[in-house]
Design a protein around this ligand. Structure first.
Ligand SMILES: [Zn+2]
Length: 233
């Protein structure tokens, strides 16, 4: 090795040593444990076991637009209740429309669509059973009561409710899980209404750096499923 090459190499190593290490800047790492609030679920990471169900589900005591009670894991439910309460105090009226969905419920939802529309439109519309964040009990879909035309529609992002969530959801441990323009990473188009609970420390960092969970946890992008066909029962 020439003297110059050695110098360049030494410089490179010095520069690398100055970079912050992941554990120093991050509040959390991705988990494969379905009971962790940091479990990563996407098209490359199904829940394990695939029919996982949390054992601490409780009803979220907030205004809902659902016929059935909206359930979340206890920690996420308590935080969601605080979020809704604070939003209301600040003049923002949210309602919950969907929380925990079991493997069987997701199967039903997916299968009905699949039978009618086939694979591709169904994959765009809903996660395959075992691949939905709603099955973790940590994901919550919300709506704006005053803007019923935007229920589970992209125009939700133009409502005052979304504007409030964009700046405040992280204070309650939630992130906007499927941000605009990140479909190639998350596998989902913009879903301004879909909140994911990760705890306040992680939510603060993810929001501050404007990252997806895949990026924040330094995990591969998950635009596609590995298997051609869904695992339906
Ligand atoms: Zn959702």
């Amino acid at each position: 090795m020439t003297g110059l090459a050695e110098k360049v190499l030494a410089l490179g190593v010095a520069a690398l040593a100055q970079l912050p290490q992941p554990h120093e800047v991050q509040a959390s790492q991705a988990s494969a444990d379905p009971d962790s609030i940091h479990v990563l679920v996407n098209r490359q990471n199904p829940l394990q076991p695939v029919d996982y169900s949390p054992d601490d589900l409780v009803e979220v005591e907030v205004r809902t637009s659902a016929e059935e009670p909206v359930l979340l894991r206890m920690e996420a439910a308590e935080s969601a209740e605080e979020l809704f309460e604070t939003a209301a105090e600040e003049g923002v009226t949210l309602a919950a429309t969907s929380g925990y969905r079991s493997f069987d419920a997701q199967s039903e939802l997916y299968s009905a669509r699949y039978a009618e529309h086939g694979l591709e439109p169904t994959d765009e519309f809903a996660a395959r059973p075992g691949y939905s964040e709603h099955q973790t009990g940590l994901a919550l879909d919300v709506i704006s009561i005053d803007n019923p035309e935007c229920i589970l529609g992209e125009c939700f992002h133009e409502t005052p409710e979304y504007e409030w969530l964009e700046t405040s959801a992280q204070d309650f441990g939630f992130v906007i899980r499927y941000p605009e323009g990140a479909e190639d990473i998350t596998g989902f188009a913009f879903e301004p209404w879909h909140l994911r609970y990760v705890g306040t420390e992680t939510a603060a960092e993810v929001t501050e750096y404007e990252l997806t969970l895949e990026e924040y946890w330094r995990q591969p992008a998950a635009p596609e499923y590995d298997s051609a066909e869904p695992n339906l029962r």
